[in-house]
Design a protein around this ligand. Structure first.
Ligand code: ATP
Ligand code: MG
Length: 444
């Protein structure tokens, strides 16, 4: 109690205590039915045991904006141990801040305990970035430490009310993204908020409030201190948000790409592959918005493809055989980028699968297409080829051929094959044991 009081009295940044607005359903129209059954059950159970519990964050914001939420997060005054005790299928996770995952049917609901303001106790690095803050607080403090006003809304599915400490509902109506507290201070605490601001604005079609927008450019270099893995997660979220094109356009406008986000440098600074990269981002947006799956592997395969093509070409020019040259080029590009971008091994393997299929899809001689179509990653490789054709890198006819081939039955497929030519074989035999290698085999 006393500590809390002192914190409030001595910290000029601590929010002045004020009554939140309690907005009834008649004003916000978010009905409890739009909350997932699992999240509703989680909130109800916590409430029945005497705790405060609300659906918070992105889900409330998205429902208010007429979007369907990705997932549902719950905030409560119960400690992680108390939450854990109430749900048989649950586990405590996280080190930076411990939260509880409650499993309900196929759903996982993230339950976090109200956090205190970070005014004093938090441990920071020399730039003011918060490293650890594990102090529980009350609901008002929890609201104050969230990033944007529209993300600090608490929905009670039982009463169907929204508790709003920072005029988030009004901001969302006015299409404004506003930071809670002093923008510079909040960006310093966590520079990832610079990226979140741009992502949220692009996703919801909001204008960033001038006070929050002004410091973005000058504070951009703070991103250098953020661990690569965290940046990668945030960039991935951005790329698969369904609004990647708009997000990247805005990042560029805010000066948030050059030299700070290796991934964006890769995307934006390739004169050769620019058209291909933007096409693939637009394609990813369309897929996400149509409710289809996208894989990070596919996305990164597109982003780095033209680098691979350039490296491959350089090696072939130096006399390397096509197939080994492709593998060496892939490794070269991945070695360079995987570390910078924090691409995991598993994603790197997916990327390679897609790349390796490309020359195989270009070689339609003999019975090869029959084997390629059986490859486990064929569909991804084919989707990738469609993008290459659309960008003009390969003939449209090639992609059309594969589209027909996929739809054809066995008999029709056989009729589509190009017979293997005798002379090609002869030449191949002659070159054996040296020379320039054998392209036909190379593509196998
Ligand atoms: P989405 O899940 O649609 O990307 P979200 O707002 O739910 O958006 P999450 O990363 O899931 O984003 O975070 C959930 C909530 O946690 C946010 O709405 C916000 O209130 C709070 N939050 C997340 N990241 C930060 C941050 N860096 N600083 C302060 N609050 C944050
Ligand atoms: Mg979320």
């Amino acid at each position: 109690m006393i500590r809390k009081l002192l914190r409030r009295v001595f910290s000029k940044d601590a929010p002045a205590s004020h009554e939140p607005a309690l907005i009834p359903v008649a004003k916000h129209h978010v009905r409890r039915e739009s909350i997932s059954p699992g999240a509703r059950r989680t909130v109800t159970r916590l409430q029945e045991h005497g705790h405060l519990a609300y659906v918070v964050g992105g889900a409330v914001r998205d429902l208010l904006a007429g979007l369907s939420p990705k997932d549902f997060d719950v905030a409560t005054d119960a400690t992680p141990e108390q939450v854990r005790g109430l749900f048989r299928r649950s586990r405590i996770i996280g080190r930076r801040f411990r939260i509880v995952h409650v499993m309900d049917g196929g759903e996982t609901i993230e339950v976090s305990t109200f956090r205190a303001g970070i005014a004093h106790e938090a441990e920071t690095d020399e730039h003011g970035r918060v490293l650890r803050d594990n102090v529980f607080g009350n609901m008002e403090e929890d609201a104050a430490r969230r990033d944007f006003t529209i993300n600090a809304l608490y929905y009670d599915p039982t009463a169907e009310t929204i508790t709003d400490f920072h005029h988030g509902v009004a901001d969302l109506k006015q299409k404004t993204l506003r930071i809670i507290g002093d923008p510079r201070k909040r960006y310093r605490e966590d520079p990832v908020r610079l990226l979140r601001a741009v992502r949220m604005a692009a996703k919801l079609g909001l204008a960033i409030d001038p006070a929050a927008r002004a410091p973005i450019r000058e504070m951009a270099e703070l991103l250098e201190n953020v661990p690569a893995a965290r940046l990668f997660d945030e960039m991935l979220k951005l790329l698969i948000s369904g609004h990647a094109v708009e997000c990247l356009r805005q990042l560029r406008e805010e000066g948030l790409h050059h030299g700070l986000l290796p991934l964006l440098d890769v995307i934006m600074e390739q004169p050769l592959g620019e058209r291909f990269v933007w096409l693939s981002l637009a394609n990813t947006d369309a897929r996400v918005n149509a409710g289809k799956r996208t894989s990070p592997g596919f996305l990164f395969a597109t982003l780095l493809w033209h680098e691979v093509l350039a490296a491959w070409e350089a090696r072939k020019e130096q006399g390397e055989m096509p197939f080994p040259a492709l593998h060496a080029a892939m490794d070269e590009v991945l070695d360079l980028q995987a570390g910078k971008l924090a691409i995991t091994r598993r994603i790197a393997a997916d990327i390679k699968d897609i790349w390796v299929l490309q020359p195989r899809l270009e070689n339609r001689v003999g019975r090869r297409p029959l084997r390629v179509v059986e490859q486990p990653r064929f569909k991804a490789g084919y989707d990738f080829l469609l993008l290459r054709a659309e960008s003009g890198e390969v003939e449209a006819e090639l992609a059309e051929w594969w589209t027909r081939f996929i739809d054809a039955n066995t008999e029709e497929r056989l009729a589509m094959l190009t017979p293997e030519k005798k002379p090609a074989r002869k030449r191949r035999r002659r070159r054996k044991g040296g020379g320039e290698g054998n392209e036909a085999e190379a593509a196998e």
